[in-house]
Ligand binder design. Structure first.
Ligand code: NA7
Length: 529
């Protein structure tokens, strides 16, 4: 039997869409490759894995009962609690009977005659559905660099995004970590405490601002819960979908005196997390202001790290915020430990991995366990690996060979009735994920309902509307400093990937309004048939 909607992925986005589909009364199935729900929070079980947005903001607002009853224990929740939250949603809203676990989708074909999708899994099963929603996540395909000799390594090779379920014992082990993005920065302080010795291979140093994590303040929680809808609405008006409690400073760093600049940077450093980037309104747009913020952070590194050479190596030179800012707990402090060594692989890349070590700059660094904190083939990596074929048998990989093209980030020309959630062309990781997800879920649900009301079977964007949207996304990026470094936003972390800025950088309110206007205009830019 054909379903109304088939969702791929049981992460936060898939669960949220499934809950809505249930309420809409649609016959829906959700396919998930893993043996549990939770997506990102299922796979990223590395020590220290934790959300970098405050828990009260990184949570769903679609159900007042849910947001009232759920209790976060910390200001920034750790992975196990986030995984419990995903499972709670699946149970509380009775979603499990629509979810098929251990079911890896490997392809889908659009049937032009019947106007439906035929979806198949790796174990040979198939489904037919009117609408297909890819809730496969923007950060879900691990990036595993092809280091020479990696397969010869005698010990375990663990990727942060594909971490074993059983606890890993690092006692008496010499551990090597490659990568110092958000995952590495979270894992390194804990691995340093657990392992006998830790060697960190750093290609690009990271800017990190302390999370100031701790138990959730009950007074703050009470205040938020007294008016959760108002709290959500205020956050939705923020460019990034969070931070309304501690709004951006409207002053410009370049227009205030040195004392005021230091005071504001210091205040935000003390508050912690992403608020630092909002210390002044020009930090992310004016290179001079950005360098002031960068120098403040480098000053903190010099204060914290005792060995001047290590402090210098840890000091980034790129634009702050160009790569996602890391939100840490004791990261720089870790390099004061006698059992931790930092190795620069920015100037001299890793030559090879040998049976019991990593070779770079003519030296072999011994290790028993290798941790790859090397990130993701972000935003496009999961979809382009699937054999999803639209009109004329064209695959997403073909349509996106020069970079992702789409309309509003939600739909791709030639792929009718296919929706992509929180992927390229939408604000995605530039907005707190739960806010971005709920906006997409609302839009998709309204769209499907509209088609039913108007007796239409399919919707797809016109190539012209798509081209214009890609231009809009590029123009928004041109106004920022995000093009000045090699980030996963640009695909620059994966060799050979087209260098295209993928998220939409104009801010959540602008994006949400554009999506709403398109819908209000009867899905302007789309063909409804
Ligand atoms: P990131 O932020 O992409 O970080 C990956 C790290 O791995 C980064 O330091 C990379 O250096 C490094 N890397 C990647 N390939 C190599 C090779 N070949 N050699 C040495 N070092 C390498 O991924 P994360 O998992 O930390 O975080 C991803 C997002 O998840 C994060 O932004 C949050 O949104 C949550 P590079 O900087 O590319 O020089």
């Amino acid at each position: 039997m054909a379903t109304d909607l088939l969702i791929v992925g049981a992460g936060f986005a898939g669960l949220c869409l499934l809950e809505r589909a249930r309420r809409m009364g649609w016959n829906t199935v959700l396919l998930e490759a893993a043996d549990g729900v939770g997506g990102t929070w299922y796979h990223n079980r590395y020590p220290g894995a934790r959300v970098d947005i405050q828990s009260l903001e990184y949570s769903f607002g679609f159900s007042e009962a849910l947001q009232q009853e759920w209790q976060w224990s910390e200001r920034y929740s750790a992975q196990p609690e986030l995984l419990r939250y995903a499972n709670h949603i699946a149970d509380r809203f009775g979603l499990r009977d629509a979810i098929e676990l251990n079911t890896r989708v490997d392809g889908a074909v659009f049937d032009e005659e019947q106007a439906c999708w035929h979806v198949r899994s790796t174990d040979g099963r198939s489904w037919t559905t009117r609408f297909l929603a890819m809730a496969t996540g923007p950060l879900s395909t691990p990036n595993r660099p092809s280091f020479k000799g990696l397969d010869r390594f005698a010990g375990p090779v663990l990727h942060t995004a594909d971490w074993p379920r059983e606890p890993v014992d690092f006692r008496d082990k010499h551990v090597a970590v490659i990568g110092t993005g958000s995952s590495g920065v979270q894992a390194i302080p804990i691995l340093a405490r657990e392992a006998q010795a830790l060697t960190v291979f750093q290609r690009t140093p990271a800017y990190a601002v302390p999370a100031r994590n701790g138990p959730l303040d009950p007074v703050f929680e009470q205040r938020v819960k007294a008016d959760y809808p108002g709290f959500r609405a205020r956050n939705r008006r923020m460019r990034v979908g969070f931070g309304a409690e501690y709004p951006p400073n409207r002053e410009k760093a370049v227009e205030v005196d040195e004392a005021r600049r230091q005071q504001m940077f210091e205040e935000r450093w003390r508050y912690g997390g992403f608020s630092f980037l909002a210390a002044f309104s020009d930090v992310l747009t004016d290179p001079v202001a950005n360098e002031m913020a960068a120098e403040f952070l480098r000053g903190k590194i010099r204060e914290i790290v005792r060995d001047p050479r290590t402090a210098e190596l840890l000091s980034p030179r790129h634009t702050v915020g160009c790569k996602r800012l890391c939100v840490d707990t004791g990261y720089y402090e870790t390099f004061n430990r006698p059992n931790v060594e930092l190795v620069d692989v920015g100037t001299q890349p890793i030559d090879e991995i040998v049976e019991r070590g990593v070779v770079t700059g003519g030296r072999t660094y011994p290790c028993d366990v290798l941790v790859l904190a090397t990130g993701f083939d972000a935003m496009t990596g999961t979809l382009t690996r699937l054999d999803v074929r639209g009109r004329g048998g064209r695959t997403i990989a073909q349509a996106w060979q020069d970079g992702p093209v789409n309309y509003l980030g939600l739909m791709v020309a030639g792929f009718p009735n296919l929706f992509n959630l929180v992927g390229p062309g939408s604000t995605s990781a530039f907005t707190t994920m739960t806010v971005a997800i709920e906006q997409h879920v609302d839009w998709i649900a309204d769209c499907i309902a509209y088609l039913a009301e108007h007796g239409k079977r399919t919707i797809e964007p016109t190539p012209q509307a798509q081209t214009q949207w890609v231009q809009t996304v590029n123009e928004a990026a041109d106004e920022t400093l995000f093009l000045t470094c090699n980030s996963w936003y640009l695909g620059a972390n994966v060799p050979g990937k087209p260098r295209v800025f993928m998220p939409y950088a104009a801010g959540f309110p602008t994006y949400a309004k554009q999506c709403a206007d398109v819908a209000a205009d009867g899905y302007r830019g789309c063909v409804l048939a």
